[in-house]
Design a protein around this ligand. Structure first.
Ligand code: GAR
Length: 207
């Protein structure tokens, strides 16, 4: 049984997609051990509680500096000792130490076709604003393993989504979630839980 911890910052629709997929058997062999958020107001924490999953608040604001926050975050993660850490709309950079200690065990969902519109400054709605400003016609989402870089680890899966002429950042965000994110992320977790993925020479292969 894969023991997963999901990290979230906001609404948690990706968390909900994971919980639904577990309930409906589209993710098998997986237990969500805990949900961690940096944001006290994150609706994702309520979703966790509603599903009887321990909801942990670890806010950088409660620590004198980043080092203190990172130390507390690492301590919690070591205590939970998950097989997989899922960054599902987690908008805080994770400690470098975590990428080393949990190498190959962290995945992230990003709302664009990486490497486009990824890296520093590209998160949440900002990604879709940039997509519309550039006038690209196709965008999408990416699930990837997380390494020490920003949106740089091996890519697990991507799905394209068309941009509509009358899209707003909000309408595009919603469509990318519906058509790509909520499908890709549960699929990736199920693939990992059932040993269908392997990373070779920095590339993800299906087994
Ligand atoms: C999602 O669109 C996710 O891809 C994005 O934040 C949103 C969270 O929504 N993540 C990033 O931008 C990470 N760089 P949610 O809380 O409703 O799942």
């Amino acid at each position: 049984m894969l023991r997963a911890v999901v990290c979230v910052s906001g609404g948690g629709t990706n968390l909900q997609a994971i919980l639904d997929a577990v309930k409906e058997g589209r993710i098998t062999n997986t237990k969500i051990e805990a949900v961690i958020s940096n944001n006290a107001g994150a609706y994702a924490l309520t979703r966790a509680k509603e599903n009887q999953i321990p909801a942990v608040l670890l806010s950088p604001k409660e620590y004198p500096d980043r080092a203190g926050y990172h130390a507390a975050f690492m301590e919690k993660m070591r205590e939970l000792s998950p097989d997989l850490i899922v960054l599902a709309g987690f908008l805080v950079r994770i400690p470098k130490e975590m990428t080393t200690e949990f190498e190959g065990k962290i995945i992230n969902i990003h709302p664009s076709l990486i490497p486009s519109f990824s890296g520093v400054g590209y998160y949440g709605l900002k990604v879709h604003e940039a997509v519309l400003a550039r006038g690209v016609k196709v965008t999408g989402a990416t699930v990837h393993f997380v390494d020490a870089g920003m949106d740089e680890g091996p890519i697990i899966a991507q799905k394209a989504v068309c941009v509509a002429e009358n899209d707003t950042p909000e309408s595009l965000q919603r469509r990318v979630m519906e058509e790509a994110e909520w499908i890709l992320l549960p699929q990736a977790i199920d693939d990992i839980a059932n040993n269908r993925l392997t990373v070779r020479d920095g590339y993800v292969r299906k087994v």
